[in-house]
Each structure stands twice: as C-alpha cells, then as structure tokens.
Ligand binder design. Structure first.
Ligand code: PMP
Length: 428
C-alpha cells in the first residue's frame, strides 16, 4: 500500500507537535515507519489520507465497540451540538447517563464524570487516600492507569513500548508512595502489605490487563485481592477503562463476580468523545466535593456533546445485550483462526484473550505478567505488524497493546484477516 500523503502529513506534524503525535502510542516508534493519517472511518474500516482502506483492530483503543460513526451516536452528538456545546452548568443529560451507568454496573451508587481515563484513575486514588486517611498505593508492573504522576512507575502501554516506564519529572516523593507488585502474584501483594502495615490506601488494578498485551487474571487472583483488601482496610480500585461496558454490561465486576470499592471508566462510556468516570457506593462518593472534603473538578466535565455520545452508546449496549455475546463469538473465531494459521506456519506464539480483548505474543509459554509479556520476540512482531498493514489490516503498533474487537466486523472481515495473517506468517 502507498502511504505518501500520510508521510508528508507526518513530516509537517513533526515540526509543530512533539513526535508528530498528540499521544505517544500513535507513533510507529516501536515498529518503525511513519503513522497513518486517518481521513475518515465507518463501521470496521479506517480510510486513510492516501485512499487506503484498513480493517481496524484498535478502534480508537477501545471506544468504538459498535464501529466507527455509529449512527445513533453520531445523531445524538449532532443534535446536541446545535443547542450549545458547553455551559459549565448542570444539564439533565448528565443525570440520565449517570442513572443508566449506575443501573448497568454492579455495586455503585454514584458516578462522577471527568474527561479522560487518566483523570478518572487519578481522582479515584485521591478519593481512596482521602477516605482511608492513608498515603500509599499498590499498582502492578505493566498496568497503565493514565499519565498522572503516581502511575508512571513501571507503566505499561506506550510507556513500556518506548522504554520509559518510569518517567523523568515524577518526583521521588510521589514515586515512593507507589508500591509495585507483580500481576497475578498474590504472595507478592501480601508481602508488600505486610511491609507497609496500615499505610496502604488502595490497590489499583486492571482486572484484565490490557496494556502489556492482554493478560487475564489467574483463577482466584481477583478474589484473593478482595480478601486481602478487606482484611487490611484497603480499597480495591478496578480500572475498567478498557474492560468497562466491553466484557459485559457491568464490566469485569460482573464477569468475574468480584466487587470493587471504586471503579474507573473511560473509552466505551464516552462513545468516542473525551469521557472518563469514577464510581463507588454512597459512603465513598460522598467524600467528594462539594459534599465531602476531597476536591475534584472540571470545566468541561459532563460536557453535553460527550454525555450525548456516551448516553447513546450505553443505551445501545443496554438494550441490545446480545452484542456482548456476538463480539465474544467473533473474537473467539478470530482467536481460533489466528492460532491455526500461525501453528500451520510453525510460528512460535501464545494468544491471550478475554471476551473481545485479544493479543498475540511471539513467544512460547504462558504470558501472565509484565516479565512474561516482555519476553515476546519484538522483531517478529514488527514484521507481523508491517505485513498486516500491507494487507490492509491495522493492529496496534506495539506488542504491549491489546486488539479491541468491534461488533461492526463481519465474518468476511475476520476471514480476510485470518487469510492476511496466513500470508504474513509465511514471511516471518
Ligand atoms: N486506564 C487504562 C486501563 C487505560 O487503558 C488507559 C488508556 N489506554 C487509561 C487508564 C488512561 O485513559 P486516557 O488515555 O483516556 O487518559
């Protein structure tokens, strides 16, 4: 495929935007080459500035679970935009989406809307600290909770792709309050708690990790975290920015039957507009300003366009609940298809999948934490990525990312993809 115009646009962008991108994961730094510039997108397809059509397995890193330019979402935004785009005053639609989210997600009474997943996680941790009166937090190596200072300690996603899991600019004072545990290792968590008795406010976790590829929680791991949190007066925060409204209506809490104390959302909840949210039971949420002492605010929070998109998206998922089964079946079909063609071509691999989140690792053996995820063969991944791009299939330009399957994909698209992988596998 030809990417002449994308390359030219990237050169222009580099002059005025650091690295030519507004979020590092969009750069092709991990795989080489220049990023593709998108002109428009519809359903399961991206159309780039050179006129190429690509089947999209990133889907804006998760939000476009029903495909790009999904009509009910677009209509809701267009209608709202004509009535004013921001007021900084309460609007009815904020209550409507809050009511719907609270009805879909288990174990939450109230929800506060913000503008990104980063803000949601950052605010959730502040709330946990305020509520418990303790300072330290536990996060897991390879998990990503946005770019707030406390989380840039062994962070996954772009931070790992570019070799900067611990960012300069985060003070030692902040870093010392973030304790790092190994994903899926409950004994490690218990040892950290023991060594920091009565100092830990919360454990924050991606209940299915999606920022070091897709890493499922081992059987009993999330339950063991719940138990250890209860025993030590620690709040359990589920960062459901990826899993929320994707793995089930009620996200990972519903799928695994585990109650979190605070839940963070992003991506799907905004229908593709900038939205994040955090939610909990009344006792915790009433600790937030203006009712309680923990401060958190936002000029554009609850923005009418964002709320319209989010409400339309959640309405679709709430009323058409077969969607969750349908995307899971599509992802399983893809999983089996990829496994077959990679095996047929003798390519060493492991595929991880939970629901409609899936990742391909070029290594043998179980991939269950950051260390095992980082062992994958990056050269093979690079060739795989560029080979697929050439065939018109777009996956994330990093081995540390998950593919997000959209309901807009047809079985023909999936067969096309599996065929493309078969062709590429012969070249690896
Ligand atoms: N948490 C998780 C699990 C994420 O995957 C991300 C983003 N990929 C974030 C938080 C941060 O969200 P945002 O990029 O909207 O700030």
């Amino acid at each position: 495929m030809i990417y002449k115009r994308s390359s030219a646009l990237f050169s222009e962008a580099e002059k005025v935007i650091p690295g030519g991108v507004n979020s590092p994961v969009r750069a092709f730094k991990g795989v080489g080459g220049t990023p593709i510039f998108v002109k428009e997108a519809k359903g399961a397809y991206l159309f780039d500035e050179d006129g190429n059509r690509l089947i999209d397995y990133i889907n804006s890193w998760g939000p476009m679970i029903l495909g790009h330019a999904h009509k009910p979402v677009v209509d809701a935004v267009v209608e709202k935009a004509q009535k004013g785009t921001s007021f900084g005053m309460p609007t009815e639609i904020e209550t409507k989406i809050a009511e719907l989210a609270v009805s879909m997600v288990p174990n939450i009474d109230k929800i506060r809307f913000v503008n990104s997943g980063t803000e949601a996680c950052m605010s959730a941790v502040r709330l946990a600290r305020g509520f418990t009166g303790k300072d330290k937090i536990i996060k897991f190596a390879g998990c990503y909770h946005g770019h707030s200072d406390s989380f840039l300690i062994q962070a996954g996603s772009g931070a790992s792709t570019f070799g900067t899991p611990n960012s300069p600019g985060v003070t030692q004072g902040t870093a010392k309050d973030t304790l790092l545990a190994n994903y899926n290792d409950i004994d490690n968590v218990k040892a950290i708690i023991e060594a920091n008795k009565d100092e830990i406010a919360c454990i924050i976790i991606e209940p299915v990790a999606g920022n070091m590829g897709c890493i499922p929680p081992k059987d009993g791991f999330l339950q063991a975290l719940r138990t250890v949190c209860d025993a030590n007066n620690i709040l359990l925060i589920f960062d459901e920015v990826m899993t929320g409204f994707r793995l089930a209506k009620g996200g990972a809490q519903e799928l695994f039957g585990i109650k979190a104390d605070i839940v963070c959302f992003g991506k799907v909840i905004g229908g593709g507009l900038p939205v994040g949210a955090f939610a909990a039971r009344n006792e915790i949420m009433d600790y937030l300003a203006p009712v309680g002492p923990v401060y958190q605010a936002g000029t554009l929070s609850g923005n009418p366009l964002a709320m319209a998109a989010g409400l339309a998206m959640l309405n679709e998922l709430n009323t058409k609940s077969h969607i969750f089964d349908s995307i899971n079946e599509k992802t399983e079909y893809l999983h089996k298809g990829i496994a077959k063609v990679l095996s047929d071509n003798n390519i060493v691999h492991t595929i991880n999948r939970v629901g409609s989140m899936i990742s391909v690792h070029f290594d043998e053996g179980e991939v269950y934490d950051f260390t095992t995820a980082a062992k994958g063969n990056n050269d093979t991944f690079k060739n795989f990525f560029h080979g697929l791009l050439n065939e018109g299939v777009y996956i994330a330009p990093s081995a540390f990312e998950t593919w997000f399957i959209t309901e807009a994909l047809t079985y023909q698209d999936l067969d096309f993809t599996i065929n493309a992988i078969n062709k590429v596998a012969k070249t690896l």
